[in-house]
Write a protein of this length. Structure first.
Length: 459
């Protein structure tokens, strides 16, 4: 059992301010796609940098703040504010140059005092600056940044951003530019935030998406699927998980991934199997087995799928937006507990193959008609893969991070496959569950491994 992480980072925030673009930007309005409308939640992550003796006299907060102001000239939409379009009943971005929230903080601890950085630690939330609770969605900066310097000279870069503005691929492009400017260079790639190519068709043609969802939920009509309404004027900014939730990270070695793939191919229902398909099938089965339920209950899990390479024509060069759509894997609790791993790997494959140009277009059309989509369908979990994104390449001039990953957040049922930072072919599975469910999951996750590696602690 891993040593429990430190619960108090002893952080003092020295200053908190609004950082505006270094140059005046032309005021404009950014259209948000229907996919963006369904991604109105925050992505929160931290990046830990060890001390660099050659930069001992430099303040990373000052360097990054100056670089951020310059970067916002190109990423002007990050410095805007969400705004309601009452006529169309949707959200858009008022690109008014209002700025992002930035904080400089210090800790009395050394980075070594944080122990195992890969252990999900609720105390890491203090590494993220949060807007005032008194602010509504339309007054809240859509992105925040905090630099926390530790006693040893190392520091943490903490960022929150609404997924509706940028997906993981777009964020890595933002990091490339921000890092380049911080190191004394310039913009390496000019982003294109235009989402017009994702507008709904006229007239809308949602039939394809409806048919696929009916198949997944095993109903004859989409009206039989329980849906939640969308209201842009009441979008929640802060909606945290229950305090009793337990967050953990489970290492999945390259050997275990190989074993999972071999197990998927054993029953001969598959001729090939990717690492993502094998891990996803395994995790979905083990989460279900950890949750007591009616055997006939339908468990739905949405996979975050990058569709940028599936559109015809493809997104414009340097597209900087949200090219991720949800695809549903649904099965009864009994099926998840009894069917083979290969069976569910094949189900994952089928769902991923469903996401093509017509899927994206018909989903967009469906939302245009009903203002309802996957994020508003009651689900069992949502799984997203970060492990192929080059977050470990972020460099402000102090070197690349020794850790990069999410922090425990408000997204109940959110499962993330993250890189382990070792370049050894392995990954970490990060998730939050109820305490009794987590205890069962801990026993199940390494069922196919020859010898369970260290299981990260909880708190």
């Amino acid at each position: 059992m891993a040593v429990a992480p430190v619960s108090d980072l002893q952080i003092e925030v020295g200053s908190s301010k609004i950082v505006a673009p270094a140059q005046a930007v032309e005021h404009s309005t950014l259209f948000l796609s229907n996919i963006d409308q369904e991604a109105m939640y925050k992505v929160e992550s931290v990046y830990v940098f060890a001390a660099n003796p050659e930069r001992e006299s430099d303040d990373p907060a000052e360097v990054i703040e100056a670089a951020l102001a310059k970067t916002l000239v190109t990423y002007y939409f990050l410095a805007g504010r969400f705004a309601p379009n009452a006529k169309e009943g949707r959200l858009e971005v008022n690109c008014n140059g209002a700025g992002v929230l930035f904080a400089a903080a210090t800790s009395k601890l050394r980075l070594s005092d944080l122990r195992d950085l890969s252990v999900p630690n609720p105390a890491f939330r203090s590494l993220l600056v949060q807007p005032s609770d008194s602010l509504g969605l339309f007054e809240t900066p859509p992105a925040t940044f905090q630099i926390t310097r530790f006693k040893c000279g190392g520091f943490v870069f903490g960022m929150t951003i609404f997924h509706s503005l940028m997906d993981g691929v777009a964020i890595t492009g933002f990091f490339d530019n921000l890092g380049s400017i911080a190191r004394g260079g310039g913009v390496v790639m000019v982003p294109n935030p235009n989402r017009e190519f994702l507008k709904a068709r006229n007239p809308p043609q949602p039939q394809h998406y409806e048919q696929l969802m009916c198949r997944q939920f095993r109903v004859s009509s989409f009206s039989e699927i329980p849906l939640l309404p969308f209201n842009p004027t009441t979008s929640s900014v802060n909606n945290f998980a229950p305090e009793k939730h337990v967050f953990r990270s489970f290492p999945v070695s390259s050997q275990m991934i190989s074993e999972l793939k071999q197990a998927c191919l054993k029953d001969e229902t598959l001729s090939r199997c990717s690492s993502f398909e094998a891990i996803t099938a395994h995790v979905l089965r083990q989460v279900a087995r950890s949750r007591p339920s009616d055997p006939s209950a339908l468990v739905s899990t949405f996979l975050a799928v990058d569709f940028s390479r599936k559109l015809q024509p493809p997104p414009p060069p340097n597209f900087c937006g949200n090219a991720v759509v949800a695809a549903c894997v649904a099965a009864t609790h009994q099926e998840l507990c009894t069917y083979s791993l290969g069976h569910f790997a094949r189900r994952v494959q089928e769902v991923l193959s469903d996401v093509d140009d017509e899927y994206v277009r018909s989903w967009t059309d469906f939302w245009e008609l009903h203002r309802i989509g996957p994020a508003r369908i009651p689900i069992g979990a949502c799984l997203s893969a970060w492990w192929k994104l080059p977050f470990y390449a972020l460099d402000f001039g102090w070197g690349t991070p020794i850790f990069a990953g999410p922090v425990p957040n408000q997204l109940v049922g959110f499962i993330v496959i993250v890189a382990n930072g070792k370049n050894d072919g392995g990954a970490n599975v990060y998730l939050g569950l109820e305490p009794q469910e987590m205890a069962a999951f801990e026993k199940n996750i390494y069922e196919l491994a020859e010898s369970p590696p260290l299981i990260h602690g909880a708190f």
